[in-house]
Write a protein of this length. Structure first.
Ligand code: PGA
Ligand code: ZN
Length: 413
C-alpha cells in the first residue's frame, strides 16, 4: 500500500509518442497542485500473449486519446495522490471491459505508472521506495536477463526461437551490465569470423539477428558465454545462457514447427529438457504453448530439480492474477514474468507478485520489444523484490533502464 502523499492531480494529459520500432504509443503526464510533473510512456509488444489486455481500442492511439478526454480526464483531475489502488480502480471502472478495450491497456499503463511517479515525487522518494513502502529495505538488486541473439517475430529471417539470452549475476549491477555487453560483443566477433562478407543486423531488442539455425545459434551463444566467463572479468560475475522460446509463435495445429523439425508435445518437452541438460541453460521462458499449463508443470518438474533452471511463464500468464494462480496451483513454472501493460495497472501487477511469492516462485520484471526511453521499469524489481530484470543488452531504450539501475545502486551505497 502506498503511503498517503500530499497533493492532488491538477492536470493530466495523454499524448501520442513513438516507440523504438516507430509505432505510435501513449505517454501520460501529470501536473500536481504543488507544481511537480511526472511523465510515463508505455511500451508495446510484438509477440503478444493471447490473454493480454488490448493495448489500444479499435482505431488505435487517437481513439484512445479521444476516450481519455471524453470519459476519464475529468474524473482524474482533483484526485489525491498516494492511493494507487483507488486510482487504478478508477481506470478499470471507467474502461468497463474485461480486456481494457475501451481505453487500451497502454493508456491505463502509462497513467498508472505516471500516477505512481507523481506520488513518489510528492513524497520526495525514488519510485521503487514509494511503491515498496518499508517492506523491501534494504533493496535487493536483481539478476539481469539480456538479449544477445534475436529470432522469431523480433528478427525476420532469424531462427524460430525468439530470444537467445544471457543471465548475468554479479555483486555489482554495473559488472553484470559489462558482462552482458561482453557476451554480445563476443557473439558479434564470432559472427563476423564466420560470415566475413555478410551484413549483420540487430533485431527489435538489440540482439544480433542470427543467420544460423536454432541449434547452431544456441551453440554460438553458449560458446560466447563460456569464453567471457573464462576471462574472469570480475570476481563473482556469472554469465549463463538462456532462451525465450516464445513457443506459441511456432505452435501450429498441436505441433511445434521449427525450420529443422516438427515436434509433438512430448517431443517438445524432451527437446527442451535435452537442450537444458546439454547446454546447462539457466533460464527457459515460454518453452511450450500458452495454454499448456500441464505441459509446463511436467517440464518444470524435470528442469526445476535442485532449483537449477528458471522456468519462466510470459505468454502463459500474461501478468494475469487468475492465470498465475492457476499456474502456481499446478507448479507450472518456478518464475513469473511481469509486464505491466499485459494487465494494464500496477495494482494488478502487484497482485501477481503476491500470488507468485506466496507459492515460492520468483518474479522477473520485463521490457517489451517496442520500448520507450523511460526508466521506470528499473524501479519495479526493487519495489516488488523481483529476482530478475529482463531488459536487453544494447539500444538506448534498453540501456536507459540498465543505467537507471546502476544509478539506484550507486545511491544505495
Ligand atoms: P514482446 O515479446 O514484447 O514482443 O511481446 C517479448 C517477450 O516475449 O518476452
Ligand atoms: Zn517472452
Amino acid at each position: 500500500m502506498t503511503a498517503p502523499a500530499p497533493g492532488r492531480i491538477a492536470q493530466v494529459r495523454l499524448r501520442r509518442i513513438f516507440d523504438s520500432r516507430g509505432n505510435p504509443t501513449v505517454e501520460a503526464e501529470i501536473l500536481t497542485d504543488r507544481g511537480e510533473r511526472a511523465v510515463a510512456g508505455s511500451p508495446s509488444g510484438a509477440s503478444r500473449g493471447a490473454h493480454e489486455v488490448r493495448p489500444f481500442p479499435e482505431g488505435g492511439v487517437e481513439v484512445a486519446q479521444e476516450r481519455f478526454r471524453e470519459r476519464l480526464r475529468d474524473r482524474l483531475v482533483g484526485q489525491a495522490l498516494g492511493d494507487q489502488a483507488g486510482f487504478d480502480a478508477t481506470l478499470r471502472e471507467t474502461d468497463g471491459s474485461s480486456d481494457l478495450s475501451t481505453l487500451g491497456g497502454n493508456t491505463t499503463t502509462a497513467l498508472s505508472i505516471c500516477y505512481a511517479l507523481a506520488t513518489a515525487r510528492a513524497q520526495e522518494l525514488p519510485l521503487w521506495r514509494s511503491l515498496a513502502g518499508a517492506s523491501r529495505d534494504p533493496p535487493v538488486f536483481p539478476a539481469l536477463v539480456g538479449n544477445v541473439l534475436n529470432g522469431g517475430v523480433h528478427a525476420l529471417g532469424g531462427p524460430d526461437i525468439q530470444e537467445f539470452l544471457v543471465l548475468a549475476e554479479a555483486p555489482e549491477i554495473s559488472w553484470a551490465v559489462e558482462g552482458m555487453v561482453a557476451v554480445h560483443r563476443e557473439v558479434g566477433l564470432r559472427l563476423r569470423e564466420r560470415f566475413p562478407h555478410a551484413a549483420l543486423g540487430r533485431g527489435d531488442e538489440g540482439g544480433w539477428v542470427s543467420p544460423l539455425g536454432n541449434l547452431e545459434t544456441l551453440g554460438l551463444l553458449v560458446g560466447a558465454c563460456q569464453t567471457v566467463q573464462d576471462r574472469g572479468l570480475r570476481a563473482g560475475l556469472s554469465l549463463r545462457p538462456g532462451l525465450d522460446l516464445a513457443a506459441s509463435e511456432f505452435f501450429r495445429d498441436g505441433r511445434y514447427v521449427y525450420r529443422e523439425q516438427t515436434l509433438d508435445r512430448a517431443g517438445q518437452i524432451g527437446f527442451v529438457e535435452g537442450l537444458t541438460d546439454r547446454f546447462h541453460l539457466a533460464y527457459v521462458e515460454d518453452p511450450l504453448d500458452q495454454e499448456d499449463f500441464e505441459g509446463f508443470a511436467e517440464l518444470t518438474a524435470r528442469l526445476g530439480r535442485g532449483g537449477r533452471t528458471w522456468v519462466v511463464g510470459d505468454d502463459l500468464y500474461t501478468t494475469d492474477p487468475d492465470r498465475v494462480a492457476r499456474g502456481m496451483g499446478l507448479a507450472s513454472t518456478n518464475a513469473v514474468l511481469l509486464k505491466v501493460n499485459q494487465v494494464g495497472t500496477l495494482t494488478e501487477t502487484r497482485r501477481v507478485v503476491t500470488r507468485a511469492e506466496a507459492a515460492g516462485a520468483w518474479t522477473v520484471c520485463s521490457h517489451r520489444s517496442g520500448e520507450t526511453p523511460d526508466a521506470w521499469l528499473a524501479h519495479l524489481p526493487l519495489a516488488f523484490g523481483s529476482r530478475g530484470l529482463k531488459t536487453g543488452v544494447l539500444g538506448g531504450e534498453r540501456m536507459a533502464k540498465l543505467n537507471e539501475l546502476v544509478r539506484l545502486r550507486s545511491r544505495e551505497s
